[in-house]
Design a binder for this molecule. Structure first.
Ligand code: SF4
Length: 423
C-alpha cells in the first residue's frame, strides 16, 4: 500500500512540475513515506530521518518531509523527537503537497497537514510507477473493521471504495504501458463495493482487460469470501491461484479478543471452499503470537491450525501494542516478551518445514513463470513468479526477456524458492 502511495505522490508532484531524483545529494525535497503498523517500523523511521538530516549540513534549504501513517499517528509529537522535520503529511492530504511545499517559508517553519478526507480517492492522478511486470492499483482506502490490535483505521480513516470506472481506467493504462500483472490493493480488498459492482464483479472486469495476464489482490479478509467470488476466481485463469488469507490466531477465543469477526472454524471453512474450487491454490497468511491474554492452549490452537492448513508462507510477528487501539486501551499486554519470542520461534520453525514440504511437491512439475529479471544472487540466472506466487530461479537463456511467461521444469527447491530449467 505504501509503495502504491509513494508512486501516487511522485505522480502528483510530477504533474505539478517537480522533477524526481534518486540522488539524495541533489534533492531539494526528500519525502519519507512511512508505516506505523508495528512499533519497530516507527522507530526505524526516526532513525532514517535523523540519517537524512545530515544533508541539511550541506544544503540548509533542504525540505525534509514525513508522509504516511507515522505522520498521522504521531502528528505534532514527531517534531518533539525530530525538530528538523519541515513537513508532516497524512495519507489523506497528499493532494495539497505541491501547494504545501511551495508555501514553506524561508525559515522552514514546520507545516502539518493531517486532515481527513472521506471522499479522497486521488482520482485523475496518474501514479509514476516503478518499472517491472507488476503494477499496484489501490481500489479501497481506509478500513472499518477495527481489529483490536490494529492501528490502520486510526491512521487511514474510514473505508471507501474507488469508483470502478477509475480502476478500470488505471488498469487499461497499466496494460498500455506494458505491465502484464496487476495487484489490486485494499485493507479489506474483497469488501470492495461501488453501487452494484462488488469485488467479484470488479476482479472479473480487471481480468478481462486486454494485455493483463495476471491479476492478484491483497489483502482479503476471511469474512468476505462468498461462493460467487470463489467461482469467479476459479473460472478466470488470469486471476492467480494464490490468496493471502490473514489468520492472526487459530484460537476462537483469541480471535474474539482481537475483534476479528470470524471463528477458527469459519476460517477453516473458507480454506476448504477455496481449495474445493481451486485445488492448486497457494495460501499465505499473517500470524501474531503473544496477543493480550494468549494462553498456552490458545497458542497451541494457532500452532495446530498452521499444521492443519499448511500455508505456503506466513508473515509472523510478536504482538506489539500500538497506542490508540482498542487492545492498547482495554487489554493488558501480559504475555511476557520471552514467551512471545518462544512462540514466534516455534511457528517460524513449523512454517519453514511446511513451506519446504509444499515446495517439494513442485519437483518434477512444469510451472509457468512471469519473468521479472536477473536474479540478484546470480547474474547468470533469471527469476520470476508462478501464478501461485512462488519465486522461481532458472538459468538465463538467449531469447528470454523480462515480461515474458516461460515454462520451467522444477528440479529442486528451498523453503522459499523453486529452481529449474526452461523447457
Ligand atoms: S481488517 Fe486489517 S487493516 Fe482493518 S483493522 Fe483489521 S487488521 Fe487492521
Amino acid at each position: 500500500m505504501n509503495k502504491a502511495d509513494s508512486e501516487l505522490i511522485i505522480g502528483l508532484l510530477t504533474q505539478d512540475g517537480f522533477h524526481r531524483t534518486d540522488d539524495e545529494e541533489q534533492a531539494d525535497v526528500i519525502l519519507v513515506n512511512t508505516c506505523a503498523i508495528r512499533e519497530n517500523a516507527e522507530q526505524r523511521v526516526l532513525g532514517r530521518m535523523s540519517e537524512l538530516n545530515r544533508h541539511k549540513h550541506v544544503n540548509p534549504e533542504l525540505v525534509l518531509g514525513l508522509c504516511g501513517c507515522v505522520s498521522q499517528h504521531l502528528g505534532e509529537k514527531i517534531l518533539d523527537k525530530a525538530p528538523y522535520i519541515d513537513l508532516v503529511v497524512g495519507p489523506d492530504a497528499y493532494r495539497d503537497l505541491p501547494e504545501t511545499l511551495r508555501s514553506l517559508d524561508q525559515k522552514h517553519e514546520p507545516a502539518l497537514n493531517l486532515s481527513w478526507d472521506r471522499v479522497e480517492h486521488y482520482l485523475d492522478i496518474n501514479p509514476v510507477r516503478e518499472p517491472g511486470v507488476n503494477g499496484w492499483v489501490t481500489i479501497m482506502r481506509g478500513c472499518d473493521k477495527m481489529c483490536a490490535f490494529c492501528i490502520v483505521p486510526y491512521v487511514r480513516g474510514r473505508e471507501r471504495s474507488t469508483p470502478h470506472k477509475e480502476i478500470i481506467r488505471q488498469v487499461q493504462r497499466l496494460a498500455h504501458e506494458g505491465y502484464r500483472e496487476v495487484t489490486l490493493l485494499g485493507q479489506t480488498v474483497n469488501k470492495y463495493e461501488d453501487g452494484d459492482v462488488d469485488f467479484a464483479s470488479l476482479v472479473k472486469q480487471v481480468a478481462e482487460v486486454s494485455g493483463i495476464e495476471r491479476v492478484r489482490f491483497t489483502s482479503p479478509h476471511p469474512s468476505h469470501f462468498p461462493d460467487h467470488l470463489i467461482a469467479t476466481m476459479a473460472d478466470h485463469p488470469e486471476i492467480c491461484a494464490h490468496t493471502h488469507l490473514p489468520l492472526q490466531s487459530g484460537s476462537s477465543t483469541t480471535l474474539e479478543r482481537m475483534r476479528r469477526d470470524y471463528t477458527a472454524e469459519e476460517f477453516l471453512s473458507v480454506v476448504k471452499r477455496l481449495r474445493d474450487r481451486i485445488p492448486n491454490i497457494a495460501l499465505t497468511t499473517d500470524v501474531i503470537t503473544g496477543f493480550c491474554g494468549e494462553t498456552d492452549e490458545e497458542f497451541q490452537a494457532t500452532y495446530d491450525m498452521m499444521s492443519e492448513v499448511k500455508f505456503d508462507a506466513a508473515f509472523m510477528f510478536k504482538y506489539s501494542p500500538r497506542s490508540g487501539t482498542a487492545a492498547y486501551k482495554r487489554l493488558e499486554d501480559n504475555v511476557p516478551e520471552h514467551v512471545k519470542g518462544e512462540r514466534l520461534t516455534a511457528i517460524i520453525d513449523l512454517q519453514k518445514d511446511i513451506s519446504m514440504l509444499n515446495n517439494e511437491a513442485y519437483i518434477g512439475r512444469t510451472v509457468n513463470v512471469l519473468v521479472e529479471g536477473q536474479s540478484k544472487k546470480d547474474p547468470e540466472k533469471l527469476y520470476g513468479k508462478t501464478d501461485t506466487f512462488k519465486t522461481t530461479v532458472f538459468p538465463d537463456h538467449p531469447g528470454i526477456s523480462a515480461h515474458t511467461i516461460v515454462s520451467v521444469d522444477v528440479t529442486h527447491v528451498s523453503p522459499f524458492t523453486l529452481f529449474g530449467e526452461v523447457r
